[in-house]
Design a protein around this ligand. Structure first.
Ligand code: GLC
Ligand code: CA
Length: 565
C-alpha cells in the first residue's frame, strides 16, 4: 500500500475553509462595522463559492483593543456584531446550506475587562488572582524579566494597587491566563462545551503554543528574543499535557475540528501536536512560509523571498502527514498582508497570479484555508499616512522601529508590504460608495481599487478569478487524489517554477505553476510530458503538453491529469 492509502479519511481533511474577518465582511445596520447579520445576508454568496466551513475571527464581547482578540465575556456576542439570536440564526442558516462553522478560541489571554481579571486585580487574595501571572518587581523596580511584548515595549504591566506586575505577551489589555491553574483550564473547557452545544463544528486555537510557560519565566537572551521569541514565551514543559487534557475533556467528546495557530512550531515536531495517536489537535497551521519575506524576527522589514525555500517548507511539512498527522494550508489571513500582493504580482499579472495562488492553495495536501477577498483578487492598500491604519500592532511597531533607529518614512513604505491592516479592509462587493460593505463610512477605509476589483464585476466575467476559484473548489472537492494523494515536488531546485504531482492509486495530477513575470521554455522530461490532459488553466487557451519541451507563460498555472507518471 502506498502512503496515501494509509491516511484515514475525515470530513475536516476534506473540507475547504473560508475565513471571515467579521468586522470587515458586511455591515448590515450602517454603523460601518461588519456584523453577524451581514454574514447571514451573504451566505448565498459563500455557499455558491462551494466552500464548506466558515471560520469566524472572534465574535465575543470585547473592548476591541485587538479587534476581538481581547475577550471580556466568552459567552456573549460582541455588541457591534449583534446578539445571540443573530448567532443562533447564523448557525441555523449555515446548517440549511451544509456549511459548518468554526469559532476562534482565544485561550492564552482574556481582556483586562473580563470579570476574572477585574476580580484578580482587586487584591492578591482574590480567588481569581491566580487566573493570571502576577510577579513582584525586581529590587530596582523594573519588570520581572526582559520579555518584549508583541504589542508593547514590555510583556509586564505594573499594578500600583498591589505593587506587582502582570504578564501580557500581547497588549496590556490582553493579560495572559495562567494555565498552571486547573480552574483556568476548566473554564476554557466549559467555554468550548458551551459553543459546541450551540451547534458549532470546532475551533481555531489562537496562539496556543503560549499556554504553557517555563515556570520561572526567565530572561531570554537577546538573540532569541529578536528571532524566535514565541518559542521561549511559550512552548513550555506542560504544553502537550494541556493539549492532551483538553482533548480528553472536550475535543474527543464531539465530532469537531481543531486547528491550532502554530507560530513557532517546526515541521520536525508537528506530528507531536497533530499525530492521530497523540490525541491533541487535528491540525495546526505553521508560520514558516510567512516569515520568508521578512528580515529575521522583524515583522515590519520586508525582503525578497526565494521560491526554493518556499517549496522546501511545503515538502518538509508534508512529512507530518506521513507521520500520521494532517496539515492546514494557507497563504494569508487577517494577520498578514494580502497573499496576492505578497506572493503574486498584483499589477499587470494580477488575475493570472491570483489564479495561480488559488491553484496552489487548493491542490496541496492539507485542508485549505481561504481568506475572504482572495477569491476576487483583493490586494494590499496604498496608504501613505499612519492615520489610515487601525491596528495596535502597527502603532507599537512604529514606536519600536523609530526607537531602533529606523525612519518613519521607511516604516510607512514597509507597511504597504507588511501591515495586517492590508488584509482587514472591507470586502469589496460592488461599485457603490463603500463597495457595498456599508452605507456609511467604514471603521477602516475601503481599498480604492474596489471599482476594478469587486464581487459584482467578478460574477459577470466568466474568466474572473472568482469563477476560476469556483471551478477549482469543485475539482478539489470531488477528487480524493487531490485531498489525500501523495505529494511530490518534481523540481525542488528550480527558482521560479513550482511543479508537483499529487497521486493516489492509478491517478496522478500534475500542477505546473510559473512564479514569474517572464515566460520560459521548460523541459518536463519524458515522465511529466505524459500528463497531457489539461483540466484547468489560468489562461484562456489551455496549454497542450505536446512534447517534453513546453513554453510556459508568465504566472501560468495548469492542472493536468494522467493515469501514471
Ligand atoms: C493571534 C491572532 C492575532 C492576535 C493575536 C493575539 O496571532 O491571529 O490577530 O492579534 O493572536 O490574540
Ligand atoms: Ca454593523
Amino acid at each position: 500500500m502506498t502512503n496515501s492509502e494509509k491516511i484515514s479519511e475525515a470530513w475536516w481533511k476534506e473540507t475547504i475553509v473560508y475565513q471571515i474577518y467579521p468586522r470587515s465582511f458586511q455591515d448590515s445596520n450602517g454603523d460601518g462595522i461588519g456584523d453577524l447579520r451581514g454574514i447571514i445576508n451573504r451566505l448565498d454568496y459563500i455557499s455558491d463559492l462551494g466552500v464548506e466551513t466558515l471560520w469566524l475571527n472572534p465574535i465575543f464581547a470585547s473592548p476591541n483593543d485587538d479587534n476581538g482578540y481581547d475577550i471580556s465575556d466568552y459567552r456573549k456576542i460582541m455588541d457591534e456584531f449583534g446578539s445571540m439570536a443573530d448567532f443562533e440564526e447564523l448557525v441555523e442558516q449555515c446548517k440549511n446550506r451544509n456549511l459548518r462553522i468554526i469559532l476562534d478560541l482565544v485561550l492564552n489571554h482574556s481582556s483586562d475587562e473580563h470579570y476574572w481579571f477585574k476580580e484578580a486585580q482587586k487584591s492578591p487574595e482574590s480567588p481569581y488572582r491566580d487566573y493570571y501571572y502576577w510577579r513582584k518587581p525586581n529590587p530596582d523596580g523594573t519588570p520581572p524579566n526582559n520579555w518584549v511584548s508583541y504589542f508593547a515595549p514590555s510583556t509586564w504591566a505594573y499594578d500600583e494597587n498591589s505593587n506587582e506586575y502582570y504578564l501580557h505577551i500581547f497588549s496590556p489589555k490582553q493579560p495572559d491566563l495562567n494555565w498552571e491553574n486547573p480552574k483556568v483550564r476548566q473554564e476554557i473547557y466549559d467555554i468550548i462545551h458551551y459553543w459546541m452545544e450551540k451547534g458549532v463544528d470546532g475551533f481555531r486555537l489562537d496562539a496556543f503554543i503560549l499556554i504553557s510557560k517555563h515556570p520561572d519565566l526567565l530572561d531570554i537572551d537577546e538573540e532569541s528574543l529578536k528571532h524566535e521569541a514565541s518559542r521561549f514565551f511559550g512552548n513550555g514543559p506542560r504544553l502537550h499535557e494541556f493539549l492532551h487534557e483538553m482533548n480528553r475533556e472536550v475535543i474527543s467528546k464531539y465530532d469537531m475540528m481543531t486547528v491550532g495557530e502554530g507560530a513557532g512550531i517546526t515541521a520536525e515536531e508537528a506530528s507531536l501536536f497533530v499525530g492521530e495517536n497523540r490525541k491533541e489537535l487535528h491540525m495546526i497551521y505553521h508560520f514558516d512560509h510567512m516569515s520568508l519575506d521578512r528580515e529575521s524576527g522583524q515583522f515590519f522589514k520586508p525582503k525578497k523571498f526565494d521560491l526554493r525555500d518556499f517549496k522546501k517548507i511545503i515538502s518538509d511539512w508534508d512529512k507530518c502527514v506521513l507521520e500520521g498527522g494532517w496539515n492546514a494550508v494557507f497563504l494569508g489571513n487577517h494577520d498578514f498582508p494580502r497573499m496576492l500582493s505578497r506572493f503574486g504580482n498584483d499589477g499587470i499579472y494580477r488575475k493570472e497570479s491570483a489564479k495561480l495562488l488559488g491553484m496552489l492553495l487548493l491542490t496541496q495536501r492539507g485542508t485549505p484555508f481561504m481568506f475572504s477577498g482572495d477569491e476576487i483578487g483583493m490586494t494590499n492598500v496604498p496608504w501613505e499616512t499612519l492615520d489610515k491604519y487601525r491596528d495596535i500592532h502597527v502603532f507599537d511597531g512604529y514606536e519600536k522601529y523609530i526607537k531602533g533607529g529606523g525612519e518613519g518614512k521607511e516604516f510607512l513604505q514597509n507597511l504597504k508590504h507588511t501591515a495586517r491592516d492590508n488584509a482587514r479592509t472591507p470586502m469589496q462587493w460592488d461599485l457603490s460608495e463603500y463597495a457595498g460593505f456599508s452605507i456609511n463610512e467604514p471603521w477602516i477605509d475601503v481599498n480604492p481599487n474596489f471599482e476594478k476589483i469587486n464581487v459584482e464585476e467578478s460574477l459577470k466575467d466568466p474568466h474572473s478569478i472568482l469563477n476560476f476559484y469556483k471551478t477549482l473548489i469543485n475539482i478539489r472537492k470531488n477528487n480524493p487524489s487531490l485531498i489525500y494523494g501523495e505529494y511530490d515536488d518534481l523540481f525542488p531546485d528550480h527558482p521560479t517554477l513550482f511543479v508537483y504531482a499529487r497521486s493516489r492509486k492509478e491517478e496522478v495530477y500534475l500542477i505546473i505553476l510559473n512564479f514569474d513575470d517572464k515566460g520560459r521554455h521548460i523541459n518536463l522530461g519524458p515522465r511529466i510530458a505524459k500528463a497531457k490532459k489539461c483540466i484547468l488553466s489560468n489562461y484562456e487557451n489551455p496549454p497542450i503538453l505536446l512534447e517534453e519541451k513546453w513554453w510556459v507563460r508568465p504566472w501560468e498555472a495548469g492542472l493536468f491529469y494522467s493515469t501514471s507518471l
